[in-house]
Write a protein of this length. Structure first.
Length: 195
């Protein structure tokens, strides 16, 4: 057998892996490795972790797009205030809900008119019949409610759209008191009294 080992070098390798130094046959079923059950468990754990990461990533994307919508509404509010300052305090008059992009292209001298391309919904604008008040809003993807900005500066999340230019954003009584007192008024410090 030794002469055949010299002739065929792969037999040396076979001898090395199949037989140990004492020439006893090795049981190939006891070779260390992973069982099928262990591999399936690891694959299922990786799948679960990937699923959790995907759901978290989708939620983060949704919140990022909502932040962009909020920023766009603030940009439109600034453009509308610029428009009103040039026209004695009057805003464009649209008494029915209108696409804010069309108002921007028609009336405002804004360099860009952002629009919501992801949900298929458009930013909306409505004013009262005199053009002294307006409301603008965008549909939030994460909640389905509306992010609304108004001519009086209020901005927030509401469940219903404005139908006549009035602002649907509700300010709590505490903040109404602060706004009424203005800077330097006692209402700024009423809630901070130390006893």
């Amino acid at each position: 057998m030794s002469s055949s080992l010299n002739t065929y070098p792969y037999l040396k390798l076979l001898k090395k892996f199949v037989f140990n130094a004492k020439s006893k046959p090795r049981n190939l079923l006891n070779v260390p490795g992973f069982s099928l059950i262990e591999l399936l468990v690891v694959i299922s754990i990786i799948g679960i972790l990937a699923g959790i990461a995907l759901v978290s990533f989708t939620g983060a994307q949704r919140q990022a797009r909502d932040s962009e919508r909020k920023s766009d509404i603030k940009q439109y509010q600034a453009s509308l205030e610029t428009y009103a300052n040039a026209r004695a305090g009057f805003y464009p008059i649209y008494t029915i809900s209108t696409s804010l992009v069309s108002v921007c292209n028609t009336d405002l001298d804004a360099p860009t008119c952002p629009e919501d391309k992801t949900t298929g919904q458009t930013y909306r604008y409505i004013s009262n019949t005199q053009g002294t008040k307006y409301a603008v809003w965008a549909t939030l993807e994460s909640s389905g409610q509306y992010w609304t900005g108004c001519s009086d500066g209020r901005i927030g999340q509401v469940a219903a759209q404005s139908t006549n230019g009035d602002c649907p954003v509700v300010v709590s009584a505490y903040f109404q008191n602060i706004l009424a007192s203005g800077p330097g008024g006692n209402a700024w410090f009423d809630d901070l009294s130390l006893q």
